[in-house]
Write a protein that binds this ligand. Structure first.
Ligand code: IMP
Ligand code: MG
Length: 175
C-alpha cells in the first residue's frame, strides 16, 4: 500500500484484529458484569477499534468520545494538551478508556490524570497497540491487544498525515 511518498506492508491482518478484539471483549465482559461502565474513546485514531470492540461488549454501558488538542503555550512548559468533548459526568463512574495505540504514553498519562481529578470511581485502559520500547511513562494497561516494534503504523483508524485510516488491516512502514 502506498500513501503519499511512503510504502507500507501488512503488520496485523483483519482476521488477527477481529480475533483479538473478541478476546479483549471477553475480558471486559467478565470484569464489568453487573456494572455500568462508561467507555471513552480517544479520537480520531480509535474510532474503528472502538466501533468493533463495542459490538462485542455485552454489559450495560455507555460510550463517549473525546479528543485531545495539543497547542503550544507561551510559557516554559512548552506543549500542553487540552481535552475536548467530555460532556459526560464521570464522577463515580467506572471508566474504560479506548485507545488505538500507546507510543510514549504521554497522551494516556494526561487523560488518566484528568479523569482521576474528576473523581472517577475506577479507570482502566484498553489499547489495541503498544510500542513497549517507545514507552516513557508508567501506565497500567489492563487490556492490551498487540505489542509492536517501534515502527510507524497506519490503517484501521491510524493515520499517516491524515491519510490511511480506512483499512481493515494495520500496516507498517517499509524500511
Ligand atoms: P503517545 O502520547 O506518544 O503515547 O502517542 C499516542 C498517539 O500518537 C496515538 O494516539 C496516535 O494518534 C499517535 N501515534 C503514535 N504512534 C503512531 C503510529 O505509529 N502511527 C500513527 N499514529 C501514531
Ligand atoms: Mg490516538
Amino acid at each position: 500500500m502506498k500513501i503519499k511518498d511512503k510504502e507500507f506492508e501488512v503488520l496485523i491482518t483483519a482476521e488477527e484484529l477481529n480475533q483479538k478484539i473478541k478476546i479483549l471483549a471477553e475480558g471486559i465482559n467478565a470484569d464489568y458484569k453487573g456494572k455500568n461502565p462508561l467507555f471513552i474513546a480517544i479520537l480520531n485514531g480509535s474510532f474503528m477499534f472502538a466501533a468493533d470492540l463495542m459490538k462485542e461488549i455485552e454489559v450495560e454501558c455507555g460510550i463517549s468520545f473525546i479528543k485531545l488538542s495539543s497547542y503550544q503555550e507561551m510559557t516554559s512548559t512548552g506543549s500542553v494538551t487540552e481535552l475536548i468533548g467530555l460532556n459526560e459526568n464521570i464522577f463515580k463512574r467506572d471508566v474504560v478508556i479506548i485507545e488505538d495505540i500507546i507510543d510514549t504514553g504521554g497522551t494516556m498519562v494526561s487523560v488518566l490524570d484528568e479523569f482521576r481529578e474528576r473523581g472517577v470511581s475506577s479507570v482502566e485502559v484498553v489499547t489495541l497497540l503498544l510500542k513497549p520500547t517507545a514507552l516513557q511513562n508508567n501506565i497500567d494497561i489492563k487490556y492490551l491487544g498487540f505489542e509492536i516494534p517501534d515502527v510507524f503504523v497506519v490503517g484501521y483508524g491510524l493515520d499517516y498525515d491524515g491519510l490511511g485510516r480506512n483499512t481493515k488491516a494495520i500496516y507498517q512502514i517499509k524500511s
